[in-house]
Design a protein around this ligand. Sequence first.
Ligand SMILES: [Fe+2]
Length: 342
Amino acid sequence: MNSTSATFLHVTDAHIAYAGTALERDDRKTVVAGLQPQTREAALRQVFERLAERLSRERRGLDGVIFSGDAQDRGRQGGHELLLDLLLSFFGPLGITAGRIVATPGNHDVDRTYDPGTAERYKDFCATWRARGCVVPWLDGVDDAGSTAPHSLVGTGNDWAIFPINSSNWCHAAAVLPEPLASVWAQLPHLASGSDTEKEGKLRHQLDALARYDMARISEHQLEQVRRLVDRAPRPEHGRQLRIAVLHHHLRAPSLREEIKAFSDISNLEQVRAFLRDREFDVVIHGHKHEHASQFDHVYDHAGDSARRLLVVSGATFEAGCRLALNRENRASVISDTYVGT
Ligand SMILES: [Fe+2]
């Protein structure tokens, strides 16, 4: 790295598990001996291997890895551990240690059986990324009483700084139903199924899904912690610092593709956009939408006289290697996107 450029690998939405997750790529109309369906784990390994080979060949290193959530697939075990091990094994020789990996949880990475703002909700995420020394967000329910975990990654010379932000605290949160609906809701599967236990189980599962919201939201408490972190971050001797925020959810849809569901966007989006403007962020990197896009968002002040320009980078699943360049004013621009096909 020199003083005006840095290279990061952005990985998001791996959706992998110890038990294996099928990669839905082929149109398999028949089963043939010896021709196993590909797994997402194998595809990811291949992508990392090719990318590491290419970087070595070009004698380039990495300044950091940015993981923007959903290592797991529907909460199944193994995703976090598998992904971190792959990152360290392939990119360790290119300069990546756990301390140079910034990781934030996605909606598939939280345990829905525990309420928002509880430590148990982040047990799997913390057992890997946090326990092994990666840079992680300040988490509601985990860090309230003080934290010793690193919450930012600052480049040599302080030219850039990366801050992970958790947007998954309310994901899959249970709706609080009013009485008498709450009591009836709990009894409904049994009342409607008689002695059919299979139907009762299915109904319970379906009613549970109806009364949950996959809500993207960033707590005020966390924003306040990030504000303090930004304010305390060391500054470069000359020029300004490029600030990068990493979160799982999008600020805006990366394409015309519409998502029809409750809370499909961050519910306190305007608060978050104003925060990013006021704290002088330059880049937002996110996942969740499984689509690759780089676009600019302009966040105006209240008078509408001046706008802050944010480069918003949406990472697709298994897409990696977005290179950002700083120009003379230390503003970010995308200089190349590397698509590594499988
Ligand atoms: Fe997601």
